[in-house]
Design a protein around this ligand. Structure first.
Ligand SMILES: [Zn+2]
Length: 49
């Protein structure tokens, strides 16, 4: 399972390809526009220098 993105409302996970189906960044299931990005099991904080 390639769960890279998670919806902020229905909490379903989906791949980047499904994210590109719809224009803009929206949940392919419910259309919510707040998406969380899931990269690795370990959360890595990246600071912009
Ligand atoms: Zn959703």
């Amino acid at each position: 399972m390639a769960d890279k993105y998670r919806c902020g409302r229905c909490w379903k996970t989906f791949d980047e390809e499904k994210l590109k189906v719809l224009p803009g960044v929206r949940c392919p299931y419910c259309g919510y526009n707040i998406i969380y990005m899931i990269r690795r099991p370990t959360v890595k904080v990246i600071k912009a220098v």
